[in-house]
Design a protein around this ligand. Structure first.
Ligand SMILES: *Cc1c(COP(=O)(O)O)cnc(C)c1O
Length: 436
């Protein structure tokens, strides 16, 4: 181990130039998406109205490596490699023999890991002549990443933003508008799916499932438009593996390898991005690595959901995916980690949980914020409420090491900063943050 090095850097030329596909390393291959009408596996023709062919190809590829196009690398170099930091001050505070590392994605201009795929998706759409993107956003992280990526690749951007966040988090809406996107609160009057919800519930706070229905309907209505999704799908997870590939190279500089890899899970993309490049070390290399996916108890998809085919959206317009799910009509209670409020999870992640390669835990938000504040006081960074779920699990692992005396290496994903979530911190500090 390197003496007192805390921040493990890579040269720009050492940024990985290909994404990693976990499929060849999986004990069981993932089941295909199913067409809601025919109940047959969906083919490229079914997906072509929604996605460019390059992304459809990535959705089904079994190649282990996919080259990152030059124009995507050019944008990545604006903020990558992102820092891998050894949390030495936190280790001391906890009195743990464990080594704690965090991979910090909050340095992107949008403040999270989401640009890693937004940039790639914008590039492939532009390359195939698409003019306009329709998408949805929950708390606003995905919409802001997509709005920025559309600005880089000269695309119009229409974002359906979950009503509750639209009203409560104007900061992210203004970010999207600054990058040139048009933002509507969802449910909106501009789609049949939105109108149907509003007719029944005029005060609907919305949900990610409703917003997806609206964005998909918008896309289907227009020739010039394609749809982008910020998590769950195979190609999204693929793009996010840049996180884990960099972390692996950075840990090599520390002369270390992880015994435990931890990340928060909304749809599964930042966790998969960090963890998947380490999966073959376990499934084919026989290394004893624990992978821990962390979710909120308010939306316990992996820990309490059923493993079955379900829709991605509320209006039942999308293909069915085999995943752990709380059912597509489930509307989670309004917790501060808005990005973790999704009824399903990525099929690749779910299959690996089902096969016991990856384990899952759930925490209530009060415990999560308690750890986030301890982390901020030790390491400085104020974590996004989503990322704070991973902080909590990493601290619990480190405290377990204190009990047993094990000097494990713990790697966790700090997927974003919380500087647009200070209202949530204020409510915790005031003492009125509730568990649902
Ligand atoms: C969106 C988001 C998440 C959850 O989404 P995943 O697809 O599971 O990664 C986690 N952390 C941050 C900061 C986010 O913006």
């Amino acid at each position: 181990m390197v003496g007192e090095t805390t921040h493990f850097t890579l040269e720009e030329s050492q940024i990985p130039s290909a994404w990693f596909n976990v499929v060849p390393s999986m004990p069981t291959p993932p089941s295909p998406p199913i067409h809601p009408g025919t109940k047959q596996p969906v083919g490229p023709d079914d997906l072509a109205p929604l996605f460019p062919m390059a992304l459809i190809g990535q959705e089904v590829t079994t190649d282990e490596w996919v080259d990152i196009p030059g124009p995507v690398m050019d944008v990545y170099r604006m903020y990558r490699p992102t820092p891998l930091v050894r949390a030495r001050r936190l280790e001391k505070q906890l009195g743990t023999p464990a080594r704690i590392y965090y991979k910090y994605e909050g340095v992107s201009a949008a403040g999270s890991h989401k640009p890693n795929t937004a940039i790639a998706q914008a590039y492939y759409n532009q390359a195939e002549g698409v003019k306009r993107i329709a998408t949805e956003t929950g708390a606003g992280q995905w919409g802001s990443a997509m709005a920025m990526a559309c600005a880089f690749f000269d695309l119009e951007c229409q974002v359906y933003m979950v009503r509750a966040s639209y009203d409560q988090k104007p900061g992210r809406r203004v970010m999207m508008q600054t990058w040139g996107a048009r933002v509507l609160p969802s449910p909106s009057e501009e789609t049949a799916a939105g109108q149907a919800i509003l007719a029944e519930h005029p005060d609907s706070a919305g949900s990610l499932g409703i917003a997806i229905s609206e964005a998909v309907e918008d896309t289907a209505k227009r020739e010039d438009t394609k749809y982008c999704l910020g998590s769950v799908l195979n190609h999204v997870l693929l793009h996010q593996t840049i996180i884990g590939l960099e972390a692996k190279a950075q840990l090599a500089k520390a002369d270390d390898t992880p015994d435990v890899v931890i990340g928060s899970v909304g749809g599964g993309s930042n966790f998969a991005g960090l963890a998947f490049p380490f999966v073959p070390d376990k499934t084919t290399g026989g290394k004893d690595i624990r992978f821990i996916a962390v979710e909120p108890t308010a939306c316990p998809t992996l820990t309490e959901g059923a493993f079955e085919y379900d829709f991605e959206d509320t209006a039942e317009t999308t293909p069915l995916l085999e995943m752990y799910t709380l059912e597509h009509r489930f509307i989670p209670p309004p917790i501060h980690a808005g990005g973790l409020r999704y009824h399903g999870d990525a099929p690749l992640l779910c299959r690996l949980v089902k096969d016991q390669v990856i384990e899952a835990v759930a925490y209530p938000q009060s415990k999560v914020f308690e750890s986030a504040i301890q982390f901020a006081r030790a390491e400085g960074i104020i974590p996004a409420p989503e990322s704070a779920h991973a902080v909590r699990a990493a601290m619990d692992e480190a405290l377990a090491c204190k009990e047993t005396g094990e000097d494990k290496a713990i790697l966790f994903g700090l997927s974003g900063h919380g500087l647009l979530d200070l209202g949530a911190y204020e409510s915790y500090l005031r003492g009125d943050l509730m568990d649902s």
